[in-house]
Design a protein around this ligand. Structure first.
Ligand SMILES: [Zn+2]
Length: 481
């Protein structure tokens, strides 16, 4: 509604001049009269699976009765645990690890389970050793170094509950029993492992998505604002060994985006969990690309998408020659579509214009783009159509309605597991990506398969130490690639 004030005007950006004539011309209803919809009837598979309709081979009551052995078998089948004859390689040089020589073995009980590299040495010139080698690159390894024995059945219970979107505080009452109590810290760690694995697989799956012959929508979002801080650093929480003061170092160059302190309180706020969503209206597929955090003035709206991010997304996921764009009037989005040669239909949100009817002249379209819109203008009897063909133009609904829904879907999943606005900023992206994957692929097996998939990818990778396995602080390059 024009005139409604959600945010005090002192925080908002400089007002764009809106003439009365312009405002009067805005209508969000025109497409309804012409029978055009944002999407057309398609046979695309649904992008989410209702948990109520989802069937698993087991219920939680079954899983709770499993012994450690049965749980271990399942973990081995899904690749979360290695097969008995698996050979590991050194993460520094790539050589196959050999059993530790008797002289260098420690006297502890795990002496037989220690491997060493024939070449590499540690700083103290001892051979590079790997303890508890049978559990290297598994979710149990870090706890075993602290003397715990692996608790397979408890982990499987946790993964089951995580797979059906049970929040952590509820999980605390379900996983442990009177003989095997489970602490909050261990549970949180296991859940973080699961989230990492799902997010990793989600990013991997997204890379294969290429939109062809589509109306492609684009929009950014965020999930978390940290106030009272001026640090945009992320993944640097609670260092175990605090860094020495670096005051003697030269100060880094000022950021290009300086925050003026004239207006408002002068405090900054950092926007975390920013994502760029790209969605195809017909295939219903969606790509969620993580964007690095950014700072603004306290109370100001979210910073816009950057040119670079939009350009990367368009180049990777959109076949420019055959697609039509739709978005809000963000500068980077407009610019990105234009640069890529994609005609786009924008909505102007500052005029409260959400679903405008936009005409795209035919001469602006390439042959493939024209075909895309021709197909969109056809409809089965009584069905929806996404475009209207006229003599010299095509008319479509502009705006970013489908991506806004996608943001909503993601946030409601986070809200469901108590993860919206209260998680660590470092986990903000992983939380979203894993929640999105659970929408499509819920259940125990999907969670375990994801962990198995990550294990397969990293166990032989050079430079990936066993202690880095599924730890975001150590292994985060895949997130912003
Ligand atoms: Zn080595």
């Amino acid at each position: 509604m024009p005139g409604s004030k959600i945010r005090p005007s002192k925080f908002s950006a400089a007002k764009k001049k809106v003439s009365r004539k312009q405002r009067a011309a805005v209508s969000n209803q025109k497409h309804l009269k012409k029978g055009i919809a944002c999407s057309k009837d398609s046979k695309a598979p649904p992008q989410s699976l209702l948990l109520a309709n989802f069937k698993q081979d087991w219920t939680f009551a079954d899983v709770a009765t499993w012994s450690d052995l049965k749980a271990k078998t399942l973990l081995r089948e899904t690749g979360c645990l290695p097969s008995p004859r698996e050979q590991l390689t050194c993460w520094q040089c790539g050589d196959t690890l050999v059993p530790a020589s008797s002289s260098s073995r420690s006297s502890s009980t795990d002496a037989l389970d220690t491997l060493q590299c024939p070449q590499c040495r540690t700083a103290s010139r001892h051979p590079l050793k790997l303890c508890n080698a049978k559990h290297a690159y598994t979710v149990f390894w870090t706890s075993m170094n602290r003397g715990f024995s692996p608790q397979y059945k408890l982990f499987v219970r946790t993964a089951f509950l995580f797979g059906i979107k049970v929040p952590l505080d509820s999980m605390l009452h379900c996983v442990g029993d009177s003989e095997n109590p489970v602490g909050r810290d261990l549970l949180r760690k296991w859940i973080d492992f699961c989230k990492f694995a799902l997010a990793f697989c989600e990013i991997e799956d997204q890379q294969k998505i290429l939109f062809k012959q589509e109306i492609v929508e684009m929009d950014g979002s965020k999930t978390l604002i940290h106030k009272g801080t001026s640090k945009t650093t992320w993944l640097k929480r609670n260092p175990r060994f605090p860094q020495k003061s670096r005051s003697f170092l030269k100060k880094p160059a000022a950021k290009t985006q300086t925050v003026s302190t004239k207006r408002g309180t002068g405090k900054k706020a950092v926007h975390h969990g920013r994502m760029l969503f790209v969605k195809g209206r017909f295939s219903k597929q969606c790509v969620a690309l993580p964007i690095r955090p950014a700072a603004t003035r306290h109370g100001a709206p979210s910073p816009p998408e950057s040119n670079q991010v939009v350009k990367k997304a368009l180049r990777r996921h959109v076949e420019a020659d055959s697609c039509i764009g739709a978005s809000d009037s963000g500068q980077a989005l407009k610019h990105g579509f234009k640069r890529a040669g994609i005609p786009a239909a924008h909505a102007r949100h500052h005029l409260d214009e959400m679903t405008p009817l936009v005409s795209i002249p035919k001469w602006k379209l390439s042959d493939k783009q024209r075909k895309t819109l021709k197909d969109a203008a056809k409809s089965s009897r009584g069905g929806k159509k996404a475009a209207l063909e006229m003599k010299t133009v095509f008319q479509i609904v502009g705006g970013d309605n489908a991506t806004e829904c996608e943001v909503n879907r993601t946030k409601s999943q986070l809200r469901r597991t108590n993860a919206l606005g209260r998680g660590s900023p470092a986990n903000a992206h992983v939380d979203q990506l894993s929640a999105r994957r659970l929408l499509r692929l819920p259940g125990l097996l999907n969670v375990l398969n994801a962990i198995g998939n990550v294990r397969n990818k990293v166990k032989l990778a050079l430079g990936h130490e066993p202690k880095d396995f599924l730890v975001l602080d150590k292994h985060s390059s895949w997130l912003f690639e």
